[in-house]
Ligand binder design. Structure first.
Ligand SMILES: Nc1ncnc2c1ncn2[C@@H]1O[C@H](COP(=O)(O)OP(=O)(O)O)[C@@H](O)[C@H]1O
Ligand SMILES: O=c1ccn([C@@H]2O[C@H](COP(=O)(O)OP(=O)(O)O)[C@@H](O)[C@H]2O)c(=O)[nH]1
Length: 240
């Protein structure tokens, strides 16, 4: 076991919903979610307080519903409910990995999970429990990236760790432009002015205003989360 000291006391981890699909076409891939839970358990055991915001794109995306003629706000509520399902699956996997996880929802569904109450979330984190924030911000027209920025700021996280399908922020979308190159770091102002599609502008602006740095790194690469937490060179740092 490594005796290296983590660089953070409290982090907010954003997991892309689509990344939960693994190699499947949709839904939650068992192997992927179990591996993620184990990686979270590893950093939690190093003494890092971990809060998680999870996306819902593997199940439903509001924009997709809106595009086929659904009322956008209704479609967004469906997207938020999708994040609740992912949160329950992740909490279950975290429990099986030996951790204690608590899911807190931004929308009231008290029979399923407890509501988000900030002091309660802080208490859980202090106790070493992993808190999974479900239902995004609780508002349509937002994303779970913005929820990650919001909750990260609220709980006083030192950094937002965005685990996604790409291994950092590129000069252009690397899935569309094979010539795109990766930044090792980039300022919020530059990321916003260059319109880099890795995160929406609302999330970037909130983190910039709160001086909350973001690290974008690969969810696919084994051990990347631990390397980020140890302050090693991994992914792209977005700074204020
Ligand atoms: N400049 C960029 N650098 C890196 N990734 C980008 C960039 N622009 C767009 N992307 C896309 O952003 C996605 C990562 O964001 P994420 O929120 O995890 O995905 P999604 O919204 O598809 O669930 C990547 O799959 C990548 O294709
Ligand atoms: O505060 C929020 C967070 C999410 N969503 C909805 O939930 C969906 C899933 O979230 P997201 O697309 O951010 O997930 P990810 O890209 O991480 O899979 C979004 O498309 C929105 O429809 C929303 O309306 N408000």
């Amino acid at each position: 076991m490594s005796s290296a000291k983590p660089a953070f006391k409290r982090i907010l981890l954003k997991l892309s919903g689509e990344a939960l699909m693994g190699d499947d076409a949709f839904g939650i891939n068992r192997v992927t979610i179990v591996r993620m839970a184990q990686e979270i358990a590893e950093i939690n055991r190093m003494g890092v307080q971990v809060a998680v915001v999870i996306g819902g794109g593997n199940i439903f995306r509001g924009v997709a519903g809106g595009a086929v003629g659904m009322d956008r706000a209704t479609a967004d509520y469906m997207g938020m409910l999708a994040t609740v399902m992912n949160s329950l699956a992740l909490a279950d996997a975290l429990d099986k990995a030996g951790l204690t996880a608590r899911v807190m929802s931004a929308i009231g569904i008290d029979q399923v999970v407890e509501p988000y109450v900030r002091p309660k979330a802080l208490q859980y984190l202090e106790e070493g429990k992993v808190v999974v924030f479900a239902a995004g911000t609780g508002n349509p027209f937002f994303t779970t990236d913005t929820a990650a920025a919001l909750r990260g700021a609220e709980i006083g996280a030192e950094m937002v760790l965005k685990a996604t399908k790409v291994d950092g922020v590129y000069t252009a979308d690397p899935k569309k432009d094979p010539l795109a190159t990766r930044y090792s770091e980039i300022s919020f102002d530059e990321a916003i002015s260059r319109n880099l599609g890795i995160m929406d502008a609302t999330a970037f602006a909130l983190c910039r205003d709160q001086k909350l740095p973001i690290k974008v790194f690969s969810i696919i690469k084994n051990g990347a989360l631990k390397r980020v937490v140890l302050g090693e060179d991994e992914g792209t740092l977005v700074y204020a």
